[in-house]
Write a protein that binds this ligand. Sequence first.
Ligand code: SF4
Ligand code: SF4
Length: 177
Amino acid sequence: MDHDTIVEDWRRNSKSHDDENYEFLRSLKFRDYGFDPDELAAELHERAFQIVDCTRCANCCKTLQIKITDADAQWIAEHLNMTPDAFAEAYLAMDENGERKFRQQPCPFLGEDDRCQIYGVRPTDCREYPFTDKEGFVFRTKGHANRALTCPAVFWMIEEMRKRSLIRTRRKRKRRT
Ligand code: SF4
Ligand code: SF4
C-alpha cells in the first residue's frame, strides 16, 4: 500500500462507503469484534501516517474551517507580529455555535506548495486532526465518519478496521456451523 493507492481508493469509494462505514463505527459501541477500538485505531493511525504524505494532500486545510481557540489566536498573532484583535479582524469569523474559525477556505495560511506557512504555531485542532489516535474512539462515531469523507488516511483506517471486524465475524460463524 502506498500514498497514491490510498488516495485513489478514497477518491473512488469514500462517498459510496459512507453509510456502511458509519453503521460499522456505530456498532463498535455495542459489538465485540475481538479488538480494542482505541488500540487498533492508534495502531492504524500510526501506520496510515507513515504511508500518507499530508504535504501531497492538504485536503483538510483546503476544505475545513478550523476552530481557533483564544490561545491559538494569541500564539499565531504573536508569530505574525499582530495584536490578537487585529489578527481576529483579519482572519477569523464566529460560527453559529459561537466558535471562532478561519473565515477563509482554503485556510489563509496554506501556501501555494500545499504546506502550512505557520506550521510551528498552527492551531490545536490542526495539530490533533484527524483525532483518530485519541482515547474514546467509539465516542466520535459521527466525526470519524465525516472525516473519512475529507481525509484519505481516516478512510483507510476505517476500512482496515471494518475488514478486521468481518474476518472476526466470519470466524465466529464458521465455529458455529
Ligand atoms: S486530509 Fe488527512 S491525509 Fe490529507 S493532509 Fe489532512 S490529515 Fe493529511
Ligand atoms: S493553519 Fe496550517 S495546518 Fe491548519 S488548516 Fe491552515 S494551513 Fe492547514
